[in-house]
Structure formats: C-alpha cells, structure tokens
Design a protein around this ligand. Structure first.
Ligand code: ADP
Ligand code: MG
Length: 222
C-alpha cells in the first residue's frame, strides 16, 4: 500500500551550477524521502550543498539530473508560482524580514503576496504570532527593535501565513544561542507533531540533529 504520509521525494537529484566545471556538482545523486508529521534535519558541512538542495526543493532551481516530487508530482510539471505561494513556507538563517516594518506588517505582506483571502489580516497575524510564542504587544513593534530569536519567530509566523504543509528552513538557528535554538526547535516540532506538517531544517548543529525525528547526511563531494 502506498504511504500517504510521504509529501516530498528527492530522487537521484544532481545539480551543477552553470558556471561550474563539467564534473563539479554541488549535489550528486541525492535520494531522500520526507513524510508529514515529522521534523527532518539535513546535515552537512559548509559547501556540501544544503542551500542548493533547498533551492531545488523550493523550485528556484531545476535538478540537472533526477527529480523532485511533491505529493507524487514532479516539480517539472507543476505550477511553481502556486507551489511556492501556497504549499511551502521558507525560513532563513538571517530572518529576511523587512526591518522598518512591524512584525504584523511583515506577516500581512506575505499574505498579500500569496494572494491569501482573509477578512481580518491583522487578527490572523496576531493568531500566528501567538502560535510562535510572541506577545500581543509586539504586533506593532518594528522588526529592528526585536531580538534575533523574536525576529526568527516572526519569520516562522510569516512562513505559516498561508498554512503550507511543507516548511523549509535554512540554518534557522545559525545566529541564535542554544536556549533560543531549543525554543525555535520546539515550535517546529509542534508544527510537525500537532499539525501534521513536514519540517525540513538544514543545519550543521549537532543540537538540532539530536532534537529532530530523522537526520539525513549530505556527503561532501569534493
Ligand atoms: P551549503 O549551503 O551546504 O554551505 P551551498 O549549497 O551553498 O552549500 O553550495 C554548494 C556548492 O555549490 C559550493 O561548492 C558552492 O561554492 C557552490 N555554489 C553555491 N551557490 C552557487 C552559485 N550561485 N553559483 C555557483 N556555484 C555555487
Ligand atoms: Mg547554505
């Protein structure tokens, strides 16, 4: 019987940047399977292709060889705008928020970009902020007046604005202390275990690897 928990399959995926030498692959023959309800870590040294793999999974780059399937369907045959604006949420190491806008404005902007139809966007933003442990009083605070951990919470709330099933995080705790890292990990775990989302974290943190449900290793090619 088919495993209906599987949400994403990376099948024999290789990637070579257009300006790289002929045999210089950023990723080579990667096979990973991801299920809903679990948090994954993809572990690898600097330069092992972690960010490249997330670019392939998020449809920003296309596999040179192999394929990526979302819910059984090749990304090559999908409407990637819709995929990026509704199926996946992305969280970055450097938060990538707009610093002079408030926490709620950052979240609402993401709703607008994705074309989400919500009556009261500010109420929805507040609900998302609560979910990631941010106080109500932070809603109108400019992002540049929040700590790193608080900014990452806003970024996670933003990534959830259109309720994606798959959350991709590129070294999301790379700039944070261990205590804050654990708090952020608890949010990701709750999203997977309580809301059946699939969370994929690329990292080189042993602490992150110890906390997740499954770890995939990305070998260094060179
Ligand atoms: P990681 O995120 O694990 O540190 P990356 O995916 O950023 O690794 O990089 C993997 C390899 O691809 C490295 O050798 C890097 O130099 C190369 N690379 C990354 N981005 C580009 C790019 N835009 N153009 C060419 N080569 C790149
Ligand atoms: Mg990287």
């Amino acid at each position: 019987m088919a495993n209906n928990k599987i949400i994403l399959e990376v099948k024999n995926a290789s990637y070579r940047y257009s300006d790289a030498d002929e045999d210089d692959y950023a990723l080579k023959n990667i096979n990973f399977t991801f299920e809903k309800g679990k948090v994954y870590a993809i572990k690898g040294r600097s330069g092992s292709g972690k960010t490249t793999l997330l670019s392939l999974i998020s449809g920003l780059e296309k596999c040179s060889e192999g394929d990526i399937l979302f819910e059984g369907k090749s990304l090559k045959e999908m409407n990637l705008d819709k995929y990026r604006n509704s199926d996946i949420g992305i969280v970055f190491q450097s938060y990538n928020l707009l610093p002079f806008m408030t926490a709620s404005e950052n979240i609402i902007l993401s709703m607008d970009v994705s074309g989400l139809k919500v009556k009261d966007k500010k109420a929805k933003a507040l609900e998302l902020m609560k979910k990631v442990g941010l106080k109500k009083s932070y809603i109108d605070r400019k992002v540049l007046r929040l700590s790193g951990g608080e900014q990452q919470r806003v970024a996670i709330a933003r990534s959830l604005s259109y309720n994606p099933t798959l959350i991709l995080a590129d070294e999301p705790t790379g700039n944070l202390d261990k205590q804050t890292e654990n708090e952020i990990l608890a949010i990701f775990k709750s999203l997977a275990h309580d809301e059946d989302k699939c969370v994929i974290i690329v990292t080189h943190s042993a602490n992150v690897c110890n906390a997740v449900d499954k770890v995939y290793d990305l070998p260094k090619n060179k």
